[in-house]
Design a protein around this ligand. Structure first.
Ligand code: VTB
Ligand code: MG
Ligand code: MG
Length: 321
């Protein structure tokens, strides 16, 4: 995989973020999602790669673009698997909340887990606590492990978790252990990635979110030397059947190597709304500013790219109706 692909992929998430940011706070999550998806799709066509979507917006008959199996790129260059979430946090943008991202990940062909669109139980940490967590262990053991790895008291640890009734039990256990919590309304990709950055103040992610988001976050954490463990959580007999058909054993813990094989992988995320790690898109009139995190697992390079986009020269970036 060419390293110059990283910069090409920044252009992809930037376009998606800018297009969806104009919908911030307007209460229209479908419009925000469509804008991100269309913009992402358009820029992908200019990227020199032979990509196939393995995690996308749905099956061919349910999504007009970025569907699973869709080919992306110019048709020249490396053969890669592509995982996209053009707008990770449609509700966040609709409400003008925190941590919405335009995000994607690529890896050598065949190396990304083709995660079905269902729930995944997750636990994620940054590099200090790698090898010290276990999704099957009690919550308090994982909190203790992270505290020790980061040279903190358990009372100093901040766990992040989606604010959902299904998480009551985990939340109670975190509280009983004396650790602190950052409840998030949506966006557990950002939640997972944030655990690898000191400045976010987040140490560990717990809880059940989307399985596709789990794979994307795992690529990000691979680039950062962090760790995510997941367990597929089929909710219906049909979903359980789907796992069996795909050869996925739901009793098995999915480790980093199961989620993304090898280390030839790239992760890119542009902030749509402001977050602890990335600022959201700023629309300044004549130009837009974007903030992107782009990383390559092979080299371990982590870059923050600030973009300034001229609306005069590239009016298509933000199409006001
Ligand atoms: C999850 C989570 C995402 O939506 O998919 C969530 O992984 C949906 O969960 O980050 P619920 O069914 O509980 O609403 C996000 O938060 C945003 O796409
Ligand atoms: Mg999405
Ligand atoms: Mg999502």
């Amino acid at each position: 995989m060419e390293r110059s692909l990283s910069m090409e992929l920044v252009r992809v998430t930037e376009a998606a973020a800018i297009a969806s940011a104009k919908w911030m706070g307007r209460g229209l999550k479908i419009e925000a999602d469509d804008a991100a998806t269309t913009a992402m799709r358009n820029v992908f066509d200019t990227v020199p790669m032979r990509g196939v979507v393995v995690i996308g917006e749905g099956e061919m008959d349910e999504a007009p673009m970025l569907y699973i199996g869709e080919e992306l790129g110019t048709g020249q260059g490396p053969e890669v698997d592509v995982a996209v979430d053009p707008l990770e946090g449609t509700n966040i943008v609709a409400a003008g909340g925190w941590n919405a991202l335009a995000v994607l990940a690529i890896a050598d062909r065949g190396n990304l887990l083709n995660a079905p669109d269902m729930y995944m139980d997750k636990i994620a940490v940054g590099p200090e606590a790698v090898g010290k967590i276990d999704i099957n262990a009690p919550v308090i053991d994982n909190l203790r492990a992270v505290a020790k790895a980061k040279n903190k008291d358990i009372e100093d640890v901040v766990a992040t978790i989606l604010d959902r009734p299904r998480h009551k039990d985990i939340i109670d256990q975190i509280r009983a252990a004396g650790a602190r919590i950052k409840l998030i309304n949506d966006g557990d990709v950002a939640g997972a990635i944030n655990t690898a950055f000191e400045k976010t103040g987040v140490d560990i992610l717990f809880g059940t979110g989307g399985a596709p988001e789990g794979v994307i976050a795992a690529v990000g954490l691979k680039c950062l030397g962090g760790e995510l463990q997941g367990k597929l959580m089929p909710q219906t007999a049909e979903e359980a059947e789907r796992c069996i058909k795909m050869g996925l054993d739901v009793s098995k813990v999915l480790k980093m190597e199961d989620l993304v094989k090898g280390d030839d992988a790239i992760f890119a995320a542009t902030g749509v709304t402001d977050g602890e790690l990335l600022r959201g898109v700023q629309l300044k009139g004549g130009f837009a500013e974007s903030h992107t995190l782009v990383m390559r697992a092979k080299s371990g390079t982590v870059r923050f790219v600030e973009g300034r986009h001229s609306m005069k020269k590239k009016p298509n970036l933000v199409m006001h109706d």
